[in-house]
Design a protein around this ligand. Structure first.
Ligand SMILES: [Zn+2]
Length: 136
């Protein structure tokens, strides 16, 4: 369902600081696959809701299944890329930033720096790739 990993030119940008290069291996997820997964998750969670109604205290489980289905479906739909590998430093404090392998992201992606509590933006300019990469 995912394309080949894309080795890209990645940049970490933070307003008022010089952009730093980063290394990101991203696999593009086609819209058709994302849509299919989102719909299946939505159907699955919503189909579960009537059965959960019979478990006391009844209503919270139904609300959780309906709301959780919407939340998970939106996450599936918005995750345009899967992170294979990432390494980069915060443009402000130079602390190593982390993005867990397997995370689904949409570009540009905000990454929390737990050292200085700012959010640098990961931007990718893909070269020689068929996948659409957006910048800024
Ligand atoms: Zn930082």
């Amino acid at each position: 369902m995912s394309a080949d990993p894309v080795s890209s030119n990645a940049w970490l940008r933070l307003r008022g600081h010089e952009a730093l290069p980063a290394t990101a291996e991203l696999s593009w997820r086609p819209a058709r696959g994302r849509f299919t997964r989102a719909v299946l998750i939505l159907i699955g969670c919503w189909a579960l809701a009537p059965a959960l109604f019979f478990i006391p205290p009844h209503l919270p489980w139904v609300v959780l299944a309906v709301g959780g289905g919407i939340y998970l479906a939106i996450r599936q739909w918005r995750g345009e890329y899967v992170v294979g590998r990432f390494s980069g430093e915060c443009p402000r404090c130079r602390a190593a930033l982390a993005v867990t392998s397997g995370t689904r992201i949409r570009l540009p992606h905000l990454i929390n720096c737990f050292h200085c509590h700012h959010e640098p933006t990961l931007e990718v300019t893909a070269e020689a790739t068929s996948s659409p990469a957006r910048t800024g």
